[in-house]
Design a protein around this ligand. Structure first.
Ligand SMILES: [Zn+2]
Length: 247
């Protein structure tokens, strides 16, 4: 019942002049909801930037109007329709090559164009594949569709495209589909910070506002309270990160 592991890491970093970069990606937004409000309110309360991975096909003006009232929200492209095109014996995948390459790229281009029309400069040209899965052969074609970065789950592996991954998933999808134990999440976050310090990169927290139970909301509140303003870390905007690397 303690966040000590993370606090110890941050205090240690601060004493050595190290700053851990953190970012948060929240997936599956399409429309405003109570759960989304809860997330946006936390972001405001603690001045923490959040990247919303929005599903382009079903989204529209309502979400754009809601985000206009916020100050810290970036928008990334979450596939096209979050539809599974894989076979019954395969893992779910929208961005495989089950359909012609041109069809998939066309959807991805349309998604970026649509979100830019709705959300303007909030949009970062970063693709977040549904289920964090994309066929490796697709990646080299993404710049043709306008993308400059890719974000999946797990340690970054060098690729042709800039990668900004998530590393700590707050939900136990294979177990009870509820929030993971807080101690475990604080420990995972601290471990990733050490890894990122050694290898470069950020520590990415992955959330899904529509699937959060109270346990997840409490964890986020604790994480934000502990990290906001701590000299051993800083929360980063994915849009500013990408802009700095690829203006
Ligand atoms: Zn998703």
């Amino acid at each position: 019942m303690t966040e000590k592991k993370l606090l110890d890491t941050l205090d240690d970093f601060a004493s050595k002049g190290i700053i851990a970069d953190l970012w948060l990606r929240d997936d599956d937004a399409t429309v405003p909801s109570l759960a989304l409000n809860r997330l946006l309110n936390l972001s405001e309360q603690y001045s923490i930037p959040i990247t919303l991975a929005i599903i382009p096909e079903p989204t529209g003006e309502a979400l754009a109007a809601r985000l206009e009232q916020t100050t810290n929200i970036d928008v990334a492209v979450h596939g096209w329709a979050h539809q599974n095109h894989a076979g019954p014996d395969e893992k779910k995948r929208e961005l495989g090559l089950h359909r012609p390459l041109g069809t998939v790229l066309g959807e991805l281009q349309a998604g970026l164009v649509k979100l830019r029309l709705l959300h303007g400069t909030r949009v970062t040209p970063m693709l977040v594949p549904p289920w964090n899965r994309i066929d490796p052969d697709l990646i080299k074609h993404l710049p043709q569709a306008g993308y400059k970065a890719l974000s999946v789950y797990g340690p970054e592996k060098p690729d042709r495209l800039l990668l900004l991954n998530t590393h700590v998933d707050v939900i136990d999808w294979r177990g009870n589909r509820g929030g993971k134990d807080h101690d475990l999440l604080f420990t995972e976050t601290a471990a990733r910070m050490h890894e990122a310090h050694a290898t470069g990169g950020m520590t990415g927290i992955l959330t899904h506002h529509l699937d959060h139970d109270d346990n997840v909301w409490t964890f986020l509140q604790r994480l934000f309270k502990l990290t906001a303003g701590h000299p051993g870390c800083r929360w980063r905007s994915s849009r500013q990160w990408l802009h700095a690397l690829s203006p």
